[in-house]
Design a binder for this molecule. Structure first.
Ligand SMILES: [Zn+2]
Ligand SMILES: [Zn+2]
Ligand SMILES: [Zn+2]
Length: 484
């Protein structure tokens, strides 16, 4: 219970002694909170059944429309006829928002840019136009919208990425995606872009330009290509960040030797590669890019040997495969994923993208399409695959009833997340990366690198490099048409 004194009157509706809105309704003065709630209440009037704004309350607290409530103000917009809080003069917030947005989206002809019309419709349909009006008054927002509307900035994800500041741009991007103007972009890609803007702002100004070029033309381009093929996840986002951080470290290291990228010498490169292995893997991509783009003089960049931990032994791999085919205490899905890693050297990201169409069977033999041609699945693994296909999880929920994904996730139309698979493998005691490398090496002992690449969906250059590292038996194999 609150006490009221004549000097501090309580709200006539909620009876609280709080800041009053200055309006007097039949119950008495109305506080800001009650006023805001009332002006967003749309419902049938309990007295006349008119469906519209219902700000009034009868003695029992039931909802009443404006005329029935005795509130002596018209809340009807003079333009659109909507009953709502009037934002300016006689116009409702929706009409004011529509007017202001139309001005910003003018393509120069006095009309809204037709490509942005879905964005306009989507934005104007927001239930609380006041927040939209406020957003448009922020200093960074109008320039972004104008740049897109006039065509000064292309209406694409790439175009958006050239605009700042990232928070405002990110919101515009979300709205463009939600309204169907732009295709969905990978969430991790966007997170990376947001990180990138902040990071570039903080790097040494002397190195910023080249790092920005590298990030835009190399890193982001690769990430976008990856994102177009499917969700690329946390790992790739982190490794893209790591590459840039190491590239900046390399520039800083050159500084300590009084060199720049353009005056860098072979001795610098050799010293750098002879140093601890920590910086090298990340910086390698940057150095190669610098060479191709003539940011650096023509120098020889050593080929880094794989930094991954040593692969598991052939014996360990066979033991694991045996355990996976026999151990029924492990979940079937995890066994299938692990066997794809250990038998076919498959990457978990690629595994998540497999569909039922990738499993082909003709009676006795079932095969899996990992590369260009189907690879036969050996027994008893084939039996496990068939059993799994008939019992795939995550199909009973409403989100995924007809999914053809081999590993459907919980979200509509989405596969399981690669990170989830990695964590499940780790929990089952399956070494993912070292197991995959071991599998690839074993396979390369039994078949030429281009054939392995062809069957398992690897780049021929990757299998050839690993075969060279392993000292493969098929060094003199003529690659023919499999390798370009
Ligand atoms: Zn109140
Ligand atoms: Zn009424
Ligand atoms: Zn209106």
């Amino acid at each position: 219970m609150t006490t009221t004194t004549p000097s501090t009157p309580a709200c006539g509706r909620c009876q609280r002694v709080v800041k009053l809105s200055g309006r007097r309704w039949p119950e008495g003065p109305i506080c800001f909170g009650c006023y805001a709630t009332a002006m967003q209440t749309y419902a049938p009037c309990t007295r006349c059944r008119h469906h519209g704004l219902a700000p009034g309350r009868d003695d029992d607290g039931a909802l009443l429309c404006v005329p029935c409530s005795g509130i002596n103000v018209s809340y009807r917009c003079q333009r659109c006829g909507r009953e709502a809080l009037r934002h300016s003069k006689n116009l409702c917030g929706h009409c004011v928002l529509a007017d202001r947005l139309a001005v910003l989206l003018d393509d120069g002809t006095g009309q809204i840019n037709p490509d942005l019309k879905p964005f306009y419709d989507h934005f104007c349909a927001m239930p609380r136009p006041r927040s939209g009006i406020l957003w448009l008054t922020k200093p960074h927002v109008p320039p972004i919208l104008r740049a897109l509307a006039t065509g000064q900035t292309p209406l694409t994800h790439d175009g958006l990425s050239t605009l700042t500041p990232w928070r405002s741009v990110a919101h515009v991007r979300d709205l463009l995606i939600a309204s169907g103007v732009l295709p969905p972009a990978d969430r991790f890609l966007i997170l990376f872009q947001q990180w990138l803007d902040g990071w570039l702002a903080d790097v040494d100004p002397d190195h910023r330009k080249v790092l920005q070029r590298f990030a835009t033309w190399h890193i982001l381009r690769r990430l976008r290509t990856a994102a177009a093929r499917g969700p690329f996840g946390y790992g790739r986002n982190q490794s893209a960040r790591n590459t840039l951080v190491k590239a900046a470290d390399f520039c800083a290291w050159l500084d300590t030797r009084d060199r720049t990228l353009s005056t860098c010498t072979q001795a610098d490169i050799d010293t750098f590669y002879a140093r601890s292995t920590e910086t090298r893997p990340g910086a390698h991509m940057f150095l190669k890019w610098c060479l191709t783009n003539r940011v650096m003089p023509k120098l020889t960049i050593p080929t880094p040997r794989s930094q991954a931990s040593a692969p598991i032994s052939a014996r360990q791999r066979l033991d694991l495969i045996r355990r996976l085919t026999e151990d029924d205490s492990l979940e079937l899905r995890d066994r299938i994923v692990a066997l794809l890693v250990l038998l076919f050297a498959q990457d978990v990201v690629k595994i998540t993208r497999l569909t039922l169409d990738d499993i082909v069977g003709d009676g006795d033999q079932i095969s899996i399409k990992l590369g260009t041609d189907p690879t036969p699945i050996p027994a008893p693994f084939d039996g496990l695959v068939v059993r799994y296909i008939n019992n795939r999880p995550n199909l009973v929920t409403a989100t995924n009833p007809g999914s053809t994904l081999l590993f459907p996730g919980r979200r509509a139309g989405q596969p399981m997340h690669p990170t989830t698979l990695r964590l499940r493998l780790a929990a089952a005691g399956i070494p993912n990366l070292t197991g995959r490398t071991a599998a690839l090496r074993q396979l390369l002992l039994h078949a030429p690198a281009p054939i392995v690449a062809f069957l398992l969906g690897y780049a021929p250059s990757t299998t050839t490099r690993i075969a060279e590292e392993t000292g493969d038996t098929y060094k003199h194999y003529a690659p023919g048409d499999h390798q370009k």
